[in-house]
Design a protein around this ligand. Structure first.
Ligand SMILES: Cc1cc2nc3c(=O)[nH]c(=O)nc-3n(C[C@H](O)[C@H](O)[C@H](O)COP(=O)(O)O)c2cc1C
Length: 330
């Protein structure tokens, strides 16, 4: 059965690209979309930043037609600010607005926002209602199992947020206290999905890193779709690999070294086109090690890639990888 969020038809068992700060920007989203991501989200955007008109937050509102369906994710601690930020984000014309109730970090931006709201469900519900009322777009939520081991309240949270009008819920199978440690636990996600009162799609998130795991957890936990974060970094092929495996039961061959180079080049091109040459080249540096993970003796090549400032020279080094490191991938 096709999964629907408002009027958005996501097809059967959609795979979502997780919102990731400093990662899920338009250049990265481009390569994920090319490789089968069914829906994507922006990095989280500070509601305070948006209403202050901060350049960094505004830039994150940039979305492109080919990315659809795409959600803009916002976070904040003040209901009023979140409502205003929703109106600003709506003007950027995404397909939906997503609220972040999962951020575990205690820095200034996240204080009282993100997963903190899991400690004050009434405020979380009021904030969600305000966001739903501030936009004509579908509103979705991303959250965790609860604050800590003693307060895994996502079952109730799901019901209460559905009541105020959210159209889908993504649950990361960890508590706030776990941060990113330990294994994600999808049992409670599955219970939420099985709750007879829940009608909205429930997406599972946390630790999906292979087609086999995706297939097995799909069977075991019976969610409506999955959101994938870290395993897509330097590996946007994961979406098409999972899809192929779910459809045929067979594994696609791993991307060749040529493919890795080509996709990395596209990512770099898009990065430069969107951020300008200086920032585009600089911010791409964090991705090289991921694209070429597992390749022996890659250090020297990587050192070159992260030192060079000239685009043509970077392309030359990338092209060189095809021959220098080809044998390792065979
Ligand atoms: C680098 C990084 C940045 C992240 N930024 C966000 C964010 O902006 N918004 C959000 O809801 N979650 C964020 N997350 C959490 C992911 O969306 C996801 O819930 C988490 O990584 C678990 O999924 P995974 O095991 O597939 O990576 C971030 C995670 C990472 C690793």
């Amino acid at each position: 059965m096709s999964v629907q969020i408002g009027n958005i038809d996501l097809g059967e068992f959609p795979l979502l690209l997780a919102p990731m700060e400093d990662v899920s920007d338009p250049p990265f989203r481009y390569v994920c979309k090319q490789n089968g991501a069914d829906m994507m989200y922006t990095e989280f955007i500070s509601s305070e930043g948006l209403i202050r008109d901060a350049a960094k937050s505004r830039q994150k509102l940039d979305i492109f037609e080919y990315e659809r369906p795409i959600g803009i994710q916002i976070f904040g601690s003040s209901i009023e600010t979140m409502s205003e930020a929703t109106q600003i984000a709506t003007k950027a014309n995404p397909d939906l607005i997503d609220i972040n109730y999962g951020c575990p970090v205690k820095n200034v931006a996240c204080r009282g926002a993100g997963a903190s709201l899991l400690q004050d469900i009434d405020k979380m519900v009021a904030m969600t209602k305000a966001v739903v009322e501030a936009t004509h777009l579908p509103v979705t939520v991303k959250t965790r199992l609860g604050w800590d081991d003693n307060t895994k309240n996502v079952y109730t949270v799901a019901e209460r947020l559905q009541e105020v009008g959210i159209k889908a819920l993504t649950i990361h199978g960890r508590t706030r206290s776990q941060m990113y440690k330990g294994e994600a636990d999808w049992n409670l996600i599955s219970e939420v999905k099985k709750n007879p009162n829940i009608e909205i799609p429930i997406f599972g998130n946390g630790d999906i890193d292979s087609p086999e795991k995706a297939a097995s957890w799909k069977r075991e936990f019976a969610v409506d779709g999955m959101m994938i974060g870290r395993a897509s970094i330097g590996n946007p092929w994961i979406f098409r690999e999972i899809k192929y495996y779910l459809k045929t039961g067979n594994l696609l061959p791993k991307p060749t070294i040529e493919e890795r180079v080509e996709v990395c080049k596209i990512h770099l091109q898009k990065s430069i086109a969107w951020k300008g040459p200086k920032t585009g080249i600089f911010e791409m540096r964090r991705h090289y090690a991921n694209y070429f993970k597992g390749i022996e003796n890659f250090k020297e090549t990587r050192m070159k890639l992260v030192a060079l400032e000239d685009i043509e020279e970077i392309y030359d080094v990338l092209e060189g990888i095809k021959t220098i490191h080809a044998e390792v991938m065979a």
